[in-house]
Design a binder for this molecule. Structure first.
Ligand SMILES: Nc1ncnc2c1ncn2[C@@H]1O[C@H](COP(=O)(O)OP(=O)(O)O)[C@@H](O)[C@H]1O
Ligand SMILES: [Mg+2]
Length: 399
């Protein structure tokens, strides 16, 4: 079942969770189970999913969880809660019990729900009518299920967030900055990676149990595989953000694009004390290109040049962009810097996604630039300057 939840597409997740609680409730022969989530806007706890064996046990929508402070403290501390009979409960539960009245479970299990380590609510599993003993197996199973649900909820949130981000990027149709791409990617990758780690830990816990259930281990392993695949999809999707559906090629006069680039990049260069020169040869043929993408490709190269120059204390701190057409039928954009140049041992890996030598680097700049250039039928090359520094050259077919 945890596999079904993990694989549920975001728009069907609520349905899947309702079904899951029904099955859990029936299998465990309990009376009530569900999820309560902390609403970040109002600061109150809201019931998101609830299954009961009988309507009598339903907790009403306006139940005020702040009036069950003992329970909440156990959830918010991350400790969780298990009791088999009301008689076991300590005195400080009096306030909770008074507010719950007949709804007080004779026996209950509460598991904190976290997303990326942050407390977002809890899952509860309760037997209202009778006391019962929760075996360690049931306890670890409910923890595992809750964890899987938390991961699935997180994924749904991030899918919505990505859709919003993407819509916004298209709407304003401006330059995709590396920062935005990196943020989108980090946001999306974080969930499957967190889930993978959590599931690996869960397996570790299961292996400690003398009665290992190999089916359960297999189910969790297949969740791990699914999350790994999902992470790969994320990378492909981010690539598509750059070169995918939004490509709209039109004849472009490079002079105009370079003028805009100068305005976009000027402040970065000034702040980092780098002299930025942008020049173009007379009479350049136009190219058929997506203006925003072409700008993004050059911006990535210039930012790398600035990074490289800024790292050194040299007196000559310059990055220059030169547009020319030295070859019939081709237009060429050279981005040259006076930075540290490229060590021979990294030259082969420069263009690979995620390759970076910078502490805060994403390693996506050159990969994206290369994919943009190639999507335009062009070539991207790198060479070392005679007096230090690197030159990246974009070649595009003339329109
Ligand atoms: N102009 C340059 N001079 C020296 N090294 C560079 C230059 N451009 C890129 N590199 C190297 O290539 C790596 C990958 O670049 P990139 O894909 O843009 O990712 P990031 O800038 O996030 O590190 C950099 O970390 C750096 O080591
Ligand atoms: Mg870069």
């Amino acid at each position: 079942m945890s596999t079904t939840i993990a694989a549920a597409p975001p728009q069907r997740l609520d349905e899947e969770l309702d079904r899951a609680f029904e099955r859990i409730g029936q299998t465990l022969e309990i009376d009530r189970c569900g999820i309560v989530q902390l609403d970040a806007d109002s600061g109150s706890f809201l019931i998101r999913h609830q299954w009961t064996s009988d309507d009598r046990f339903r907790v009403s929508e306006d139940f005020d969880f702040l009036r069950t402070p003992w329970w909440l403290s156990k959830m918010m501390s991350g400790e969780g809660l298990v009791y088999s009979a009301v008689a076991e409960l300590p005195a400080e539960t009096a306030q909770d019990a008074a507010y719950l009245g007949e709804q007080l479970a004779q026996s209950s299990l509460g598991v904190p729900l976290t997303v990326g380590g942050r407390f977002v609510g809890f899952a509860t599993f309760g037997s209202i009518r009778r006391a019962r003993v929760w075996s360690s197996k049931i306890v670890s199973l409910t923890r595992l299920i809750t964890r899987t649900m938390g991961d699935a909820i997180a994924r749904k949130q991030s899918a919505l967030e990505i859709a919003r981000l993407r819509a916004e990027l298209i709407r304003v149709s401006r330059v995709l900055t590396m920062g935005e791409l990196a943020a989108a990617m980090a946001h999306e990758l974080n969930q499957p990676l967190t889930a993978i780690v959590a599931n690996a830990e869960a397996i570790n816990d299961m292996l400690d149990d003398p009665e290992i259930d190999s089916d359960e281990v297999k189910a969790v392993l297949s969740d791990i595989v699914a999350d790994g695949v999902r992470a790969g999809e994320t990378v492909r999707r981010v690539k598509a953000l750059v070169k995918g559906a939004e490509t709209s090629k039109a004849p472009i006069v490079l002079d105009e694009v370079l003028g805009e680039l100068a305005r976009i990049l000027r402040s970065d260069a000034i702040i980092r004390d780098v002299k930025l020169t942008i020049k173009s040869a007379a009479e350049l043929p136009s190219v058929l290109a997506d203006r925003i993408q072409l700008q993004q490709a050059v911006i990535n190269l210039v930012m790398n040049g600035i990074d490289s120059v800024a790292e050194r204390n040299g007196t000559l701190r310059a990055v220059s962009v030169l547009a020319a057409a030295p070859e019939e039928g081709w237009v060429q954009l050279e981005v040259q810097d006076t930075g540290g140049g490229i060590p021979a041992d990294v030259k082969d890996r420069l263009f690979a996604p995620f390759f970076t030598t910078k502490r805060e680097g994403t390693g996506m700049g050159l990969a994206i630039t290369k994919s943009i250039v190639e999507a335009h039928g062009g070539r991207l090359a790198v060479s070392s300057n005679e007096h230090g520094g690197a030159t990246f050259t974009i070649k595009l077919p003339a329109a």
